[in-house]
Write a protein that binds this ligand. Structure first.
Ligand SMILES: Nc1ncnc2c1ncn2[C@@H]1O[C@H](COP(=O)(O)OP(=O)(O)OP(=O)(O)O)[C@@H](O)[C@H]1O
Ligand SMILES: Nc1ccn([C@@H]2O[C@H](COP(=O)(O)O)[C@@H](O)[C@H]2O)c(=O)n1
Length: 252
């Protein structure tokens, strides 16, 4: 049987444009791992945190979104795992870790904006349910970070503190009350009905939480609850956790 895993995702192959030093080597970037539910601020807060630290930023949800986009381009129903695995076979994915120059590409096509469209958001949980996809993209995430010529990388996504980087020196669960998350997402999508936006967000959380638990903090994971914090206060709260954790690690 042909291996449906794209070549880029197979062990031993580096992502394009990346030299691959050994994982765990002295030059390996420091990892700040952040997870949490939809609309909690993972992406925006992680990116701002990375910029303040001078680190790179890896949005792991972009890989699942890009695969959902790729599946939709092939007319695939993402609730059909077999069909998803078939199109995964020629999924040629690339992402920038640079906070000032962010892009996502599939087969050389820039999909940075397209993967945020509601049709992709509605389809993404289907591809994220496929175990073989998760294993392959998780390996890619680890290789991308290990081979990045950066002091550190803030990595965000639903299973980052528990599955992808359970040994990261800094692990944070970023959360906020469900109604606050829905209101923030709705404020972004002003052309859409607020009740529908909230329903879609909660539906996606419900689907995703059958695959990974991003609502409770695993042992050693710090919780940052931004319900009563504005954006800058939230970034500061995350930076405080980074500072106290790294300080403790360095004996400061
Ligand atoms: N503390 C905050 N106060 C106000 N707005 C915030 C705060 N944190 C995040 N936001 C805003 O909430 C919205 C959702 O944030 P973001 O897209 O980063 O969440 P997310 O967790 O990555 O969501 P998803 O998992 O659905 O992609 C954005 O408009 C962001 O600017
Ligand atoms: N580590 C992750 C990241 C994402 N997902 C799935 O991708 C979807 C999109 O993620 P966003 O952060 O861009 O909203 C998300 O709804 C999950 O289905 C994941 O499973 N694991």
């Amino acid at each position: 049987m042909t291996d449906p895993t794209p070549a880029l995702f197979r062990p031993g192959l580096a992502a394009p444009g990346f030299a691959a030093p050994a994982e765990g080597s002295a030059s390996a970037p420091v990892i700040v791992a952040i997870d949490g539910p939809a609309g909690s601020g993972k992406s925006s807060v992680s990116k701002a945190t990375a910029a303040r630290l001078g680190y790179g930023f890896l949005d792991t949800g972009a890989a699942y979104r890009a695969l959902a986009w790729h599946a939709l381009e092939h007319g695939v129903d993402t609730s059909d795992s077999t069909a998803v695995l078939e199109v995964f076979g020629d999924f040629d994915y690339a992402i920038s870790l640079d906070t000032t120059d962010r892009w996502v590409r599939v087969g050389g096509v820039d999909v940075t904006t397209a993967i945020r469209e509601p049709r992709v958001t509605d389809a993404v949980s289907g591809v994220a349910r496929v175990g073989a996809v998760r294993q392959a993209v998780n390996q890619l995430f680890r290789r991308l970070v290990a081979s990045a010529a950066l002091r550190g990388v803030v990595v965000e996504g639903r299973d980052i503190t528990t599955v992808v980087f359970p040994d990261a020196p800094v692990r944070i669960l970023l959360t906020a009350a469900p109604e606050v998350r829905a209101a923030r997402r709705s404020a972004e999508l002003t052309d859409q009905d607020a009740a529908k936006v909230a329903a879609a967000l909660h539906k996606r959380d419900a689907a995703d939480s059958t695959v990974v638990d991003f609502l409770t903090a695993a042992e050693g994971v710090e919780v940052v609850d931004s319900t009563h914090l504005d954006f800058e206060q939230t970034v500061d709260a995350v930076l405080n956790v980074v500072d106290s954790t790294m300080g403790a690690r360095d004996g400061r």
